[in-house]
Design a protein around this ligand. Structure first.
Ligand SMILES: *Cc1c(COP(=O)(O)O)cnc(C)c1O
Length: 222
């Protein structure tokens, strides 16, 4: 087990004082690591891969709040719809419609965050600012009773340039405040990871997704 309990406790104390939710990102990590934080009272965990999440959910305690933070394919929504707590990466209307459909089958309303592309990298998923604006003008969510838009999620560029990162978080926070004017249920701004969560909180994040600072570096080979 490689959980860094001291690091967990200091990050948890810091975010508690600021009313920020810490989602412990446990992708690729064993169940024992999750259980170690669960034993300390932690309940919010983030996963990126559908099959891994389904497996972990079937074994671990059922009061865990499972956050899906990866790129979600429409054809896989059905596997997580019965239990997922919050889907962070909604990046198309098609995906939102599929979540609505699968949530209806489970008699649930599923909370969703729209993912916004704020980084300079080409590879990251999400709406850009113009697409988000167009999306909001359509008010599509009003026709989807089994989803609830809770806010926005974004990832800053992977760079040492903290001013660049801050600029990107500021841009996301601005879009979030616009969204809040339109959607009263929006109360969540998911931004910040191990490398940049302090900047994200300074720029208005109220949910940080932290993995490697808690669980150590990831090894994707297995
Ligand atoms: C993996 C991942 C994280 C956690 O990254 P760390 O750098 O390990 O904190 C956060 N958010 C998303 C979307 C991720 O895919």
């Amino acid at each position: 087990m490689s959980v860094n309990i001291e690091s967990y406790q200091s990050i948890q104390a810091d975010v508690n004082a600021k009313n920020v939710l810490l989602v412990a990102v446990s992708k690729t990590k064993p169940n024992e690591d999750i259980q170690a934080l669960y034993a300390l009272g932690h309940r919010d965990f983030g996963e990126n891969y559908v099959q891994e999440l389904v497996d972990k959910h079937s074994i671990l305690p059922n009061d865990i709040h499972w956050h899906f933070i990866g790129h979600l394919q429409s054809n896989k929504v059905k596997y997580i719809a019965p239990f997922v707590y919050l889907i962070h990466g909604v990046d198309s209307l098609k995906l939102l419609q599929e979540i609505n459909k699968q949530a209806a089958k489970c008699n649930r309303v599923i909370d969703c965050l729209l993912q916004v592309h704020i980084a300079t990298e080409e590879t990251k998923f999400g709406f850009d600012a113009d697409e988000l604006k167009a999306f909001m003008q359509q008010s599509v969510w009003e026709t989807l009773p089994h989803i609830r838009i809770k806010g926005l999620m974004g990832m800053a560029s992977n760079t040492d340039n903290t001013e660049q990162i801050r600029k990107e978080f500021k841009a996301l926070h601005f879009l979030y405040s616009k969204l809040q004017e339109q959607i009263p249920t929006a109360n969540t701004l998911s931004m910040g990871m191990s490398a940049d969560y302090p900047i994200a909180i300074e720029e208005g994040s109220n949910l940080v997704r932290v993995g490697s600072l808690l669980f150590g570096a990831r090894n994707y080979s297995n």
